[in-house]
Design a binder for this molecule. Structure first.
Ligand code: ATP
Length: 514
């Protein structure tokens, strides 16, 4: 098992052990790529959602929210292109009988070459020390340039074959690169086939009148079909945005990466309606704005990068992913897509209803263009959670597991701990708890020695532990312990609210973006 594999395994087991994520219907041996969020996970997920919602809707006067239904009229998916084109190329290994996404096999192959580049960079960094210029090294070092050229040529061939639906060439590429089944090493592959990812179901009681429906594979279409309703009822002027969070469903071919790729997941999407011709400017604007949102959480600028798409989806004229360094390497976390007027025009065509905007300044009607930002809530959860999980060796050579979550997202903001279970200390601790609970999610814990209770809260990512001791009865002060530094301070009970608020209040974090 590689280091990467080991650290990812730890993430998964920590998520289970500390009540963040469970396999769905585990008592029946689970359901593949479906997960439940447990008592702490649901809080973390809710906080991420709220942080996104506030940054989008509350902070932008011209962005409003929406909560459209999961079921939509089936023609929606004909119009959007999902019935005909929402496919992934799949390939089976004849020996192992395992199924893979053909494009992912090729991309993983390229990621390995990229790993070699990273190694060269690290070596050179060591050799040259402070005088090392990374970008110059990458553009001039013979070996690195060779690796990069190889990656570029593989990816552009893959993009071209997928665009031309030339699946035979995708297979030929896999064979030429001698890509083997990652689980067994076998190179005995079937042909590449297209596979539609939508889940179908039926609406209605009687078999004859039942209507074929799909579970939505993205939340975006709920926004497009409501474009005119929101624009008119909200008297919205272009440019304006509609934001939505909600479940989406995809029958993913390969789903082996915990909550990275699920069959039921949640998206946070925002569609920004703009004047045709301004899409380049808004594309750049939203790329920057979304990156700022990520960076505001302080999870390390080096862990993010943009990946501009070579292969564009049928609806896009430009697209970029924000990739994050997950335990298994850099992968897509969020997509920023310039969708042109594709969706609104398609819905206009299929519904026969005009979906246009009258621009008073220009005194004319037009179909707005759309800029989309689309992030997976579960993927963001995994990014935050895996980045936070840290093992530290302390001065006395013991190790401490601490979940260094951004305080604004932590499920529990403070734990109130009486030093002992007697002498009136629990009563004081409970009074503090009932004061603080109006403002923060706080817990009370009196079980085990206080050191063990600290460790338990560290593992849950709780930014503060507040200990009530015998002196508290006299001086009305408590000891507040900070999760990351483990420093302890003696403070007045009445100051607790301000101290906690200064570190966890969403507004302080949102101010870093605006
Ligand atoms: P991928 O290439 O990883 O399959 P995608 O390009 O199909 O993703 P989009 O359709 O652009 O993804 O969806 C937007 C966002 O929704 C993604 O950036 C990702 O964060 C999230 N997402 C997509 N599919 C899944 C999934 N199966 N499980 C969890 N999150 C997902």
């Amino acid at each position: 098992m590689t280091n990467q594999g080991e650290s990812f395994k730890k993430v998964i087991s920590h998520a289970k052990e500390y009540g963040f994520v469970f396999q769905s219907s585990e008592i029946y041996d689970g359901l593949s790529a479906i997960y439940d969020y447990a008592q702490n996970g649901v809080e973390l997920k809710k906080n991420i959602r709220e942080y996104w919602w506030k940054a989008m809707v509350q902070m932008n006067e011209n962005i409003v929210g929406l909560d459209a239904a999961i079921f939509m009229h089936p023609t929606t998916w004909k119009a959007s292109g999902h019935v005909d084109a929402f496919n992934d190329p799949l390939i089976d290994n004849k020996d192992s009988k395992k199924r893979y996404r053909a494009d992912v096999l090729v991309e993983d192959y390229c990621a390995k070459i990229e790993g070699k580049i990273e190694k060269e960079v690290k070596k050179a960094e060591k050799r040259f020390g402070d005088s090392f210029d990374k970008s110059e090294f990458i553009s001039t070092n013979g070996r690195v340039v060779g690796y990069q050229t190889k990656i570029n040529s593989i990816l552009s061939r893959l993009a071209k074959s997928l665009e031309n639906e030339d699946l035979a060439d995708v297979k030929a590429l896999i064979e030429e690169l001698e890509i083997a089944d990652p689980l067994t090493g076998s190179k005995n592959w079937t042909d590449v086939k297209q596979f539609n990812l939508m889940f179908g179901t039926k609406l209605g009681a009687s078999a004859e009148s039942a209507m074929d429906l799909y579970l939505r594979p993205e939340t975006a279409q709920g926004i497009f079909v409501n474009f005119l309703n929101v624009q008119k009822s909200g008297r919205m002027k272009i440019p304006f945005g509609i934001a939505q969070t909600g479940k989406a469903f995809r029958n993913e071919i390969v789903a082996r990466q915990f909550i990275f790729r699920m069959r039921e997941f949640e998206q946070m999407e925002m569609q920004y309606f703009i004047k045709p011709g301004t899409q380049k400017q808004w594309y750049e604007h939203w790329k920057e704005a979304r990156m700022k949102w990520h960076l505001s959480l302080g999870m390390g600028a080096d862990n993010y990068r943009f990946h501009d798409h070579e292969k564009l989806a049928h609806y896009a004229d430009a697209a970029s992913d924000i990739e994050f360094k997950f335990p298994f390497g850099f992968k897509e976390l969020e997509g920023i897509h310039s969708r042109t007027d594709f969706d609104l025009s398609q819905h206009e065509k299929h519904s026969g209803k005009k979906l246009q905007y009258f621009d008073h300044e220009e005194n004319k009607n037009y179909t707005p263009y759309v800029l989309e930002t689309s992030i997976g809530l579960d993927r963001m959860f995994l990014a935050v959670f895996s980045n936070a999980l840290t093992e530290e060796t302390l001065e006395n050579n013991t190790t401490r597991t601490v979940l260094k979550l951004p305080a604004v997202l932590a499920p529990i903001k403070a734990a109130i701990l009486p030093l002992v279970k007697k002498d009136g200390l629990p009563e004081v601790a409970k009074t503090i708890l009932s004061d603080l609970k109006w403002d923060f999610n706080v817990v009370y814990d009196e079980k085990d020695a206080v050191g063990r209770r600290y460790r338990r809260q560290d593992a849950l990512g709780t930014p503060f532990c507040i200990t009530v001791d015998h002196d508290t009865l006299e001086d009305h002060c408590v000891t507040i312990r900070h999760r990351d530094s483990m420093q302890q301070q003696r403070v007045k009970i009445e100051d607790l609210k301000t101290i906690i608020e200064n570190e966890v209040a969403m507004k302080h974090w949102l101010k870093k973006i605006n």
